[in-house]
Design a protein around this ligand. Structure first.
Ligand code: HEC
Ligand code: HEC
Length: 347
């Protein structure tokens, strides 16, 4: 309920007259409701890891190498990072997967998947560990026969040593490949953004337009009912009225409300990840805002939270300014030097 509340008197500029000089002090007096609302957007202090795969430096480092290693694919040329490319905010900048075969849906970012409850656009995977093996063995993706993977990695001396260090007494196994990669993925967290500095109290960190946009996001534009909390997702599934035929979650859960429903994506770094939506059908944030404003396809499964917004052009600009403040100062990614070993290992 609180996140639907209207923000009132969000910023009050105190006008002071000191020694005959009129100065405007940017002393912001927060109303209790704005204070409460901001508290809902505070970044968490630590990353959650599951008890059955606790974090360890050796495991995360090994997972990073595996994530970037094309030898995890059948033909030794495509890695997780080919599609989840750090240079594209861990996506690929393509509407639907890579160019050779194409994929049914767009590549999502792996940013902040440590906090995800279900994975994939339709939520068909319950954990990162469980997710890893899918793309590795899928023919249209990495096409690696998993029964040969252990043998293949075992031929690379560096991996033998690294697996023993990360999983003492266990070594190389398909399960440990998944555990290492999942551990690495949990360390991929979007960096602090101007929005976070504003939440923390720096009034100058974002523009007035962005502040108005945040207000709209939580009120008239109704975005925060789904894009909630610091990661801007409720981890739930909704039909927002995109016209394509994909039923999304509906193929997994045969409920009327799940037809055309997809998981709410994070909006962290969103501007760096065009094109948008599960089908990459919207090119710009302006197109996204226009969609929510008046373009949603009316059908029984359409979320009741998506209704015509009648936003003015200035309000649309403000919403976009706000979304731009979510671009984080992401730490530079050091691309790992991979262990040398046979590149021609058969699959
Ligand atoms: C050919 C491109 C491609 C490759 C290679 C690839 N992915 Fe993906 N990845 C995708 C696409 C497309 C989806 C979304 C598919 C869907 O939801 O139906 C996805 C989804 C994911 C998700 C779910 C994210 C979320 O928020 O739900 C994770 C995690 C992930 N991939 C990790 C990996 C890992 C780890 C590897 C390597 C073992 C990998 N991917 C290889 C394209 C790729
Ligand atoms: C009913 C829940 C809901 C509401 C309300 C909502 N969204 Fe979304 N949003 C979603 C879902 C679900 C998706 C993914 C839809 C898909 O791909 O089919 C999405 C996708 C997006 C994307 C694309 C992100 C990406 O990586 O592709 C942006 C940007 C976005 N929403 C912004 C907004 C804004 C701005 C508002 C308010 C005007 C808003 N949303 C309102 C649920 C919602």
């Amino acid at each position: 309920v609180t996140r639907k509340k209207l923000l009132t008197g969000s910023v009050v500029y105190a006008l002071a007259v000191v020694g005959g000089l009129r100065i405007t002090a940017a002393a912001s007096i927060e109303t209790p409701s704005l204070h409460q609302l901001k508290a809902q957007y505070t970044r968490p202090a630590s990353v959650p890891f599951p008890p059955d795969n606790p974090p360890a430096e050796a495991k995360a480092k090994l997972g990073e190498m595996l994530f970037f290693d094309p030898r995890l694919s059948g033909a030794n040329y495509i890695s997780c990072a080919t599609c989840h490319n750090p240079s594209f905010s861990w996506g690929d900048g393509l509407p639907r997967g890579h160019g050779m075969t194409g994929l049914p849906r767009r590549t999502p970012t792996i940013f902040n998947t440590a906090w995800a409850e279900l994975l994939m656009w339709d939520g068909r995977k319950a954990s990162l560990e469980d997710q890893v093996l899918g793309p590795m063995s899928t023919p249209a993706e990495m096409n690696q026969d998993l029964s040969h993977l252990v043998e293949k990695l075992d031929r690379i001396e560096g991996y033998r040593t690294a697996f023993t260090a990360a999983f003492p007494g266990e070594g190389i196994s398909v399960k440990n490949v998944a555990r290492a990669i999942a551990t690495f993925e949990r360390t991929v967290v979007s960096g602090t953004a101007p929005f976070d500095r504003w939440i923390a109290g720096d009034e100058k960190a974002i523009s007035d337009s962005a502040k108005r946009g945040f207000d709209l996001f939580n009120s008239k534009a109704n975005c925060a009912v789904c894009h909630s909390g610091w990661n801007f997702t409720d981890n739930a599934f909704h039909d927002i009225g995109l016209p394509d035929a994909d039923v999304g979650r509906g193929a997994i859960l045969d409920l009327p409300s799940m037809q055309h429903a997809f998981e709410t994506p994070t909006l962290r770094d969103v501007e760096r990840r065009a094109p948008y939506m599960h089908d990459g059908s919207l090119q710009t944030l302006r197109e996204v805002v226009e969609h929510y404003d008046h373009r949603a396809v009316q059908r029984p499964s359409l979320s009741e939270e998506v209704k015509p917004l009648n936003l003015s052009s200035a309000e649309k600009d403000d919403l976009i300014s706000f979304m731009l403040t979510l671009n984080g100062d992401n730490p530079p990614v050091e691309v790992p030097v991979l262990f040398s070993g046979t590149q021609t290992a058969r699959r």
